[in-house]
Ligand binder design. Structure first.
Ligand code: GLN
Length: 220
């Protein structure tokens, strides 16, 4: 299905981290998608995904290329944002024990709260606002969202933390939907951006194959 006329679709910040997997998922849900490397690339986008990776590295590159200011400005003019994992850390207003970076959504995150890279894991959960079926979730050295402000809606709460949340213009997830066959969160974000997409189930893509070395086995 095509993006709504007049919109360039959704961009994926292409400085470091899981870029290609997000672009692939956006194309699978039928949304125009392109990598974003510089401020000028933001023009015409309805939404921008800040992918997972390493938040300190990403913050430095954002700063070097002036993209932090450009993203803030574009967001002020209506650009919707979705941060996955490191992206969520960069968007959070509060970062426990550290200085926040973009600070655009009123949540507090606690980096590396599950432990080291070896403590990465898969699980499944139902996020009723996002899909009717349980969604597979991949956590890679993830943060926990430990507080959500009044304007923020919790989309998925697990154990002692929030795994997904949103306000009117920003989505944050501490897991990686782009590393699973589920298209549900990409559809959800595309709709949040005002784009036209079909489907409201877990959106498991039957043709998805774990080609990337970053993709975990879904056998937990
Ligand atoms: N632990 C990383 C950080 O602090 C985030 C990991 C990820 O994005 N998968 O930036």
């Amino acid at each position: 299905m095509d993006a709504v006329a007049g919109s360039d679709g959704i961009g994926v910040l292409d400085l470091q981290g899981g870029v290609q997997e997000h672009l692939d998922h956006l194309r699978r849900v039928g949304v125009a998608a392109r990598p974003i490397k510089r401020a000028a690339d933001l023009a015409g986008l309805a939404g921008l995904i800040i992918p997972g990776g390493e938040s300190t590295c990403l913050s430095r590159l954002l700063n070097i290329f002036g993209l932090d200011t450009a993203i803030r400005q574009a967001h002020g003019k209506g650009l919707k944002l979705w941060g996955t994992c490191a992206g969520a850390i960069l968007l959070a207003r509060e970062n426990v024990g550290e200085t926040p970076f973009l600070g655009l959504i009123d949540v507090a995150v606690n980096r590396n709260a599950f432990g080291s890279q070896l403590d990465s894991f898969n699980r499944e959960a139902l996020a009723p606002t996002v899909a009717r079926e349980p969604i597979p979730l991949t956590f890679i050295r993830a943060p926990k969202i430990v507080r959500a402000g009044e304007e923020v809606r919790v989309l998925l709460r697990l154990d002692d933390y929030i795994a997904a949340a949103e306000d009117d213009r920003i989505l944050v997830t501490v897991f990686h939907p782009e590393l699973t066959p589920s298209l549900a969160f990409h559809r959800y974000f595309a709709r949040k951006c005002g784009l036209n997409v079909a489907g409201d189930d877990a959106g498991l893509d039957p043709d998805w194959t774990p080609l990337s070395w970053t993709r975990f086995s879904l056998h937990v």
